[in-house]
Unconditional design. Sequence first.
Length: 115
Amino acid sequence: MENNLSMGFQNFYDQNILAYIRKLQEQPAELISVIIDLAIVLFLVYYFFKILKTSRAWQLIKGILLLIIVTWLSSILNLKILNSILSGIMNWGVIAIIVIFQPELRRGLEQLRYK
């Protein structure tokens, strides 16, 4: 089984990662596009976390990450009832977060608008 798994990773590496690197070597203009795209995404993630650190939402984000990890583990361990409950909580949780943190969302959007 371990041999099949390592072969699967090797095939994924060969077909996806190495093929993508070869494509970038053949088309250097696309490399510039990838670098710009990555820089923009990293800047947005940095700014997002910077805003989160100054609000109450940071505690919520840690709780959501814990919920996601526990849901993922319950799926891996085949805990069907727990996984079903946690998945339901996560589905409705998105709406609840928007409603609960509406003032913070509005304040954050106003800060972006006036900068």
